[in-house]
Design a protein around this ligand. Structure first.
Ligand code: NAI
Length: 327
C-alpha cells in the first residue's frame, strides 16, 4: 500500500475546515488508495484550539481507513513540517467597517509568516492552495515569502467561481453539468472575475451558440456568478463553506491526479501568458497532468473579453501594490 502523504490545513476549526477535513480523510481529494496525515493549524487562542480538539475527536470517530495520523498545531513552522499539500484556509475576511489597508495588513502578516514557514520546513514539492481571502493576493504574498520553493507551487482558488459558472450554464441550457467542457474563469477571485463560456462545449456543441444571448451573458450570467458569494451570505447569514470546501477538493484532486484533458480554472502565477504581467496570481484555464498544470494557450481574446480581463487585472495589481512593502 502507498506511503502516507502529509496534508496541512490552516483555519482547521473554521466553517470551511469542517466541510473539508472529513472529505480529505475519506480519500476524496487524493484518491481512495492514498493514506493521509492531517497537520492542522489554528490560531493559539484557547477557544480556537479547543474547537480544533473537538474536530479531531470527530475525525477519530469516523475511523477513516485512510487517515494515518492527525496533529494539532498553533505554529506554522511545526504545522507545515514536510508537508506535501498545504491548504491555506484561515485568514481574516473583511469585517464590517474594516478599511482595505487594515485587511491587507492583517492578512499580509499571516501570509508572510506562513510563506516563510513553508519555505523553511515544507516538502520541496509542496502544492499550496490559498483559499482564505483575498485569495489571489494572499497566495502572491506567500509565494514571494518562499523564495526557495518553486513559484509555480503556489496557487489561489478560482475553482468555486468555475463551478458556479458551470452550474449556471447547465441550468440555462438544460444540460448536465458534467457534460460542460472548456469553460474558463479569468482573473481575481472577486466579483471582477471574468467567467468566459465562448469556447465551452456540451456534447461537442458550442455553448455560446446554444445560448445565443449576449445580453444574458453580460447582464445576468456574469453578475450572478460574480455576486454569488454575497447572495449566499444574504441568504444563509454565513459565507459559503461546503461549496468552497468542495472547490478546494476539486482543485487539489485535479492538480494531483490530472484532468484527463478537461479544462479547469486555477489561480496561478503568470509567466506573461495573455499579456498578464509576470508573477501576478491570475485565474487561467488549465489542464493538469502528472502533478503539473499547464495553461491553455492560444485562445482568442475579443474586445469585450479584453475589457473584462483588464478590469480584474487592474484590481489585482492594485491589491498587489497595497502589499508591496511586505515583500
Ligand atoms: P471561519 O471564520 O469560519 O474560519 C476561519 C478559521 O481560520 C478560524 O477558525 C480562525 O481561527 C482561523 N484562522 C485565522 N487566522 C489564522 C491563522 N493565521 N492561522 C491559522 N488559522 C487561522 O471562515 P471560513 O468560512 O472557514 O472561511 C475561511 C476563509 O475562506 C475566509 O477568508 C473566506 O473569505 C474564504 N473563502 C474563500 C473562498 C474562495 O473561493 N477562494 C470561498 C469562500 C470563503
Amino acid at each position: 500500500s502507498k506511503k502516507p502523504v502529509r496534508v496541512a490545513v490552516t483555519g482547521a476549526a473554521g466553517q470551511i475546515g469542517y466541510a473539508l477535513l472529513f472529505r480529505i480523510a475519506s480519500g476524496e481529494m487524493l484518491g481512495k488508495d492514498q493514506p493521509v496525515i492531517l497537520q492542522l493549524l489554528e490560531i493559539p487562542d484557547e477557544k480556537a484550539q479547543n474547537a480544533l480538539k473537538g474536530v479531531i475527536m470527530e475525525l477519530e470517530d469516523c475511523a477513516f481507513p485512510l487517515l494515518a495520523g492527525i496533529e494539532a498545531h498553533s505554529d506554522p513552522k511545526t504545522a507545515f513540517k514536510d508537508t506535501d499539500y498545504a491548504l491555506l484556509v484561515g485568514s481574516r475576511p473583511r469585517g464590517p467597517g474594516m478599511e482595505r489597508s487594515e485587511l491587507l495588513a492583517i492578512n499580509g502578516a499571516i501570509f508572510t509568516a506562513q510563506g516563510k514557514a513553508l519555505n523553511e520546513v515544507a516538502s520541496r514539492n509542496v502544492k499550496v492552495l490559498v483559499v482564505g481571502n483575498p485569495a489571489n493576493t494572499n497566495a502572491y504574498i506567500a509565494m514571494k515569502s518562499a523564495p526557495d520553493l518553486p513559484a509555480k507551487n503556489f496557487t489561489a482558488m478560482l475553482r468555486l467561481d468555475h463551478n458556479r459558472a458551470a452550474s449556471q450554464i447547465a441550468a440555462k441550457t438544460g444540460k448536465a453539468v458534467a457534460e460542460i467542457e472548456k469553460l474558463a474563469v479569468w482573473g481575481n477571485h472577486s466579483p471582477t472575475m471574468y467567467a468566459d463560456y465562448r469556447f465551452a462545449t456540451i456534447g461537442g456543441e458550442s455553448v455560446k451558440a446554444m445560448i445565443n444571448d449576449e445580453t444574458w451573458n453580460r447582464e445576468t450570467f456574469l453578475p450572478t456568478v460574480g455576486k454569488r458569494g454575497a447572495a449566499i451570505i444574504a441568504a444563509r447569514g454565513l459565507s459559503s463553506a461546503a461549496s468552497a470546501a468542495n472547490a478546494a477538493i476539486d482543485h487539489m484532486r485535479d492538480w494531483a491526479l490530472g484532468t484527463n484533458g478537461k479544462w479547469v480554472t486555477m489561480g496561478i502565477p503568470s509567466n506573461g501568458e495573455y499579456g498578464i504581467p509576470k508573477e501576478v496570481m491570475f485565474g487561467y484555464p488549465v489542464t493538469c497532468e502528472n502533478g503539473e498544470y499547464k495553461i491553455v494557450e492560444g485562445l482568442e481574446i475579443d474586445a469585450f473579453s479584453q475589457e473584462c480581463i483588464k478590469k480584474t487585472l487592474d484590481e489585482l495589481l492594485g491589491e498587489q501594490d497595497g502589499v508591496k512593502h511586505l515583500i
